[in-house]
Write a protein that binds this ligand. Structure first.
Ligand code: FE
Length: 265
């Protein structure tokens, strides 16, 4: 009887340990699945610091963006607040951070999988200008190009006198720097609705031209030297409806004559 009881006790102990072992394996299996799910969703993973997890996720996003976006938003050539008080960091946040970015993002979506994928902005503009069935691609490519050119047309502590070679050209074409300045301002004010005012080289002569909406002089074979964005989004937060005050301040305090002179060459 005693030996039967001892055998039963050993058997029960064995069954107990087997049940424990099976439960343990199932638990391990479940946590393995949870770990995979965590990796896929970026949820915390064991053995990595939160910082390295964030870096890892950012790298993945960057790689995805790079793959899906042949055109990148170019970096601003100065800090967000460097053009204050004429253009506030608040305006830059919307104008560069939202509007310019949207043109680049929209263009990438529009050209994905088309013959335009992989083309430069200039080539896309040339291939779509004046084609009614390509208006959306033209508008976004031209706006991406125009804005990158605009940011470079400005600098902190700009304005003043152009470099000598450019000043000579301006005087030969307009009579004086003041006359050129007046034509830039008058054209900016004469542009009905959204658009741009440009100083361009047209052969040997310099001219001021204005373009509506997304239109750009490079679509007409002209060589832009500098531009001022006169869409309301360029000045409304800082100047409300006072376009003349905005353009005057840009010409006096921000315009980058050295950039214009470099484009002349
Ligand atoms: Fe703009």
């Amino acid at each position: 009887m005693k030996s039967k009881l001892a055998f039963l006790l050993v058997l029960l102990t064995l069954v107990f340990f087997m049940v424990l072992l099976t439960a343990g394996k199932e638990q391990n299996g479940l946590s393995g699945d949870a770990s995979e799910a965590g990796r896929a969703s970026g949820v915390a993973r064991s053995g990595e610091s939160p910082e390295s997890q964030i870096k890892g996720e950012n790298m993945k996003k960057d790689e995805m963006t790079a793959n899906a976006s042949p055109h990148l938003l170019p970096a601003l050539p100065y800090a967000d607040s460097a053009l204050e008080p004429v253009i506030s960091a608040h305006t830059i946040g919307f104008h560069y951070g939202k509007h310019h970015r949207a043109y680049v993002d929209n263009l990438n979506k529009l050209v994905a999988g088309t013959d335009f994928a992989g083309m430069s902005l200039e080539k896309i503009i040339g291939a779509t200008a004046g084609k009614p069935d390509r208006t959306a691609i033209f508008n976004n490519a031209a706006q991406a190009w125009n804005h990158a050119f605009f940011w470079n047309s400005l600098k902190p502590l700009g304005g003043g006198e152009p470099p000598a070679a450019l000043k000579q050209k301006i005087e030969a074409s307009f009579g004086s720097l003041e006359a050129c300045r007046k034509e830039l301002l008058d054209s900016a004010l004469a542009q009905f609705g959204s658009g741009w005012v440009w100083l361009v080289a047209d052969g040997d002569k310099l001219r001021v031209v204005k373009t509506g909406n997304a239109d750009t002089p490079i679509a007409s074979g002209l060589k832009p030297l500098l531009t001022i964005d006169v869409w309301e989004h360029a000045y409304y937060l800082d100047y409300q409806n006072r376009r003349a005050d905005f353009v005057n301040d840009v010409l006096d305090k921000l315009i980058h004559w050295e950039f214009a002179a470099a484009n002349l060459r």
